[in-house]
Design a protein around this ligand. Structure first.
Ligand SMILES: *Cc1c(COP(=O)(O)O)cnc(C)c1O
Length: 365
């Protein structure tokens, strides 16, 4: 049996450090916004090359609070991709804005800069690109468009911790960005967690207030806020993993490159990479018109495999009516042919060979 991600192998490596940190936290009973959250915020801001990092309760909350802090609300349009996890669009809906879904680049699966520019109207206030599967979106063009049209740029970095483009980390390129620490993400907690990053002092101050009941000073409340704090126990775990994140992402890249090399002669399309961006392979996602046969063969051998994402957002029940008549041909064709293989820092080369052997069996039969 080969799982999609092997979190047990990762835990074995950090067990002592994590257990020590958790025991200390329990001993001190400093559970909410304690020293580990503070230290983690400092360490991630440094790592990502941003002025502020604010721990929150989830990636979804990170995006939601970032939109509020950037002043996006009712009547505003936010241009984004339909080929993503639902939370990207949920955050936009939470603030009363309208997600405007545009098509993707067939190579990177990320939002197309040309499509963004075509979708701009007088109501457009923000662009929310997703660095999908750990692949940085085309940020040079997107930053330029946002500057030209005075739009807020809010990055969904929930799958891209550690990815960079032109030497800059994803999350450091827009007005604000949201990260997720869901357990299976590249930097994962042992539960939910998230982070907002920004270079703006004003945005950072608003997020700090919003995550803590609209309060800067205890029991004095300036706005209606939320209970959305990163948990102190999760911060202990995240600090241990943050120290090793480059090593983890390099190991993911090694697995991805081995897959691509071993499948180079097969009739499928492996993930695109160029030297502008450093892909951190949250997922290793391919295209093949014989996807169903491959998935069945992998399942028969108890090898993990998944479709991210089988239904693009504009075709989900929740958006069907709102998006009636919207056609996104590249998004639709990618979601009809994509599938993802197991990938994590602890997947051994011989397992990768075994998985490729199964796929080769299907495609050369
Ligand atoms: C995981 C994810 C989210 C939401 O993060 P949570 O921590 O699960 O709330 C948002 N956007 C994308 C692209 C994601 O993959």
């Amino acid at each position: 049996m080969i799982p999609m991600v092997n979190l047990k192998a990762q835990y074995a490596e950090i067990k002592n450090e994590v257990e020590r940190g958790l025991a200390e936290t329990i001993e001190k009973c400093a559970f909410i916004l304690g020293p580990n959250v503070q230290a983690f915020e400092k360490e991630t801001a440094e790592y990502l090359g941003v002025k502020h990092a604010i721990g929150v309760a989830s990636g979804t909350d990170a995006l939601h609070l970032a939109l509020i802090a950037e002043g996006i609300g009712a009547g505003d349009e936010v241009i984004t991709t339909a080929f993503t996890f639902i939370a990207t669009a949920e955050a936009i809906k939470y603030v009363g804005a309208t997600p405007v879904f545009v098509d993707i680049d067939p190579r990177t699966f990320n939002i197309s800069p040309e499509a963004i520019e075509k979708a701009i109207t007088s109501k457009t206030r923000a662009v929310m690109p997703v660095h999908l599967f750990g692949q940085p979106a085309e940020m040079t063009e997107i930053v330029q468009i946002c500057e030209q049209y005075s739009l807020k740029l809010i990055e969904d970095c929930c799958q891209s911790f550690g990815a960079s483009i032109n030497g800059k980390q994803t999350g450091a390129l827009g007005h604000a960005a949201g990260f997720s620490f869901f357990p299976s993400k590249n930097l994962g907690a042992f539960g939910d967690g998230g982070l907002v990053v920004t270079n703006s002092d004003e945005t950072a101050a608003k997020i700090r207030q919003l995550r803590n009941h609209g309060s800067d000073v205890r029991y004095y409340h300036d706005v209606i806020g939320y209970n959305s704090r990163l948990d102190e126990m999760q911060a202990v775990i995240l600090r241990a993993k943050l120290k090793r994140i480059d090593q983890y992402n390099q190991a993911r890249r090694h697995v991805a490159h081995l897959y691509s090399e071993l499948m180079a002669d097969l009739p499928l399309i492996s993930p695109y990479e160029d030297d502008l961006g450093e892909h951190v392979y949250h997922q290793y996602t391919l295209l093949c018109d014989r996807r169903d046969a491959i998935l069945k063969a992998l399942q028969d051998k108890q090898i993990g495999c998944a479709i991210y994402y089988p239904v693009p957002l504009h075709q989900q029940n929740v958006f069907k009516e709102e998006c009636a008549g919207l056609s996104l041909p590249v998004t639709e064709s990618v979601s009809a042919n994509c599938f993802s293989l197991p990938i994590c820092p602890f997947l051994e080369d011989d397992k990768v060979r075994e998985i490729v052997g199964v796929i080769r069996g299907v495609l050369t039969a």
